[in-house]
Design a protein around this ligand. Structure first.
Ligand code: CA
Length: 236
């Protein structure tokens, strides 16, 4: 796969330079922006493949940038935020961001996030095919949407209706971090605290049935205090 184009939006020069140097070293094409308005302008002009977005920008708020870009683009957005800003991360994910990177981060973390997005982009491109065929395959997991069945290693999983709904929701958003609020709203139509507690229970039983805790490469990632993500697994 060709290394894609990355738009880096960060007003803090040392962090911006670190990201730029990393991308350059690894042959990614990149553009730099230092404000929200500049980010929106460059995103619409150059159509980058993925965006790193700092949430604290000098002009408009990062969450506002996401909302405006999401009006016309599904480009993966990775938010950059400080460790203390969990609320901001959740707000950004609910506004349509795909992933987040917490400051301070390592070069390895940055590159790992890009690889996840590379897989997500490949998946978004085959999304139409997926809907047409109505079958989702991810490593050893297979979901037959038309039949309403899920399989692991060719064996049908005995899922409850809520577990199945949960699995489909994660599969449809492979590579994207989904917040507790987003998931509970999709599954139960509301995001009450009691539903978030139920979600943990359903997620635990779903993972047990998937045997996800015993595999060396987990399919469902837990983001403590934030939510869950289905990873695209080619090697399983
Ligand atoms: Ca900043």
């Amino acid at each position: 796969m060709n290394k894609f184009g990355v738009l880096v939006v960060e007003d803090d020069a040392p962090i911006r330079n670190l990201i730029a140097t990393t991308l350059k070293t690894h042959d990614y094409k990149y553009l730099l922006a230092t404000s929200g308005e500049d980010a929106i302008m460059q995103a619409s002009t150059y159509s980058p493949d993925v965006m790193f977005l700092d949430l604290g920008l000098p002009d408009i708020d990062g969450v506002e940038v996401i909302k405006r870009i999401r009006e016309w683009s599904v480009m993966p957005i990775i938010v950059i935020s400080a460790r203390s800003e969990d609320e901001d991360k959740i707000e950004a994910l609910d506004a349509g961001a795909d992933d987040y990177l917490t400051k301070p981060f390592s070069v390895e973390e940055l590159l790992a996030r890009l690889r996840v997005m590379q897989r997500r982009i490949a998946l978004l491109q085959t999304d139409n095919e997926l809907i047409e065929n109505s079958v989702y395959v991810n490593g050893k997991l297979k979901i037959d949407f038309a039949a309403g069945c899920a399989y692991k290693d060719g064996e049908e999983l005995k899922l409850t209706p809520i577990e199945y709904k949960l699995l489909c929701l994660l599969a449809h958003n492979t590579g994207k971090v989904l917040t507790h609020k987003y998931i509970t709203q999709k599954i139960w139509g509301s995001a009450w605290d009691s539903n978030v507690a139920s979600l943990r229970v359903f997620m635990a039983t779903l993972r047990k049935k998937l045997n996800d805790d015993k595999d060396t490469t987990n399919l469902i990632q837990t983001h403590v205090g934030i939510g869950y993500r289905m990873l695209k697994n080619d090697s399983m």
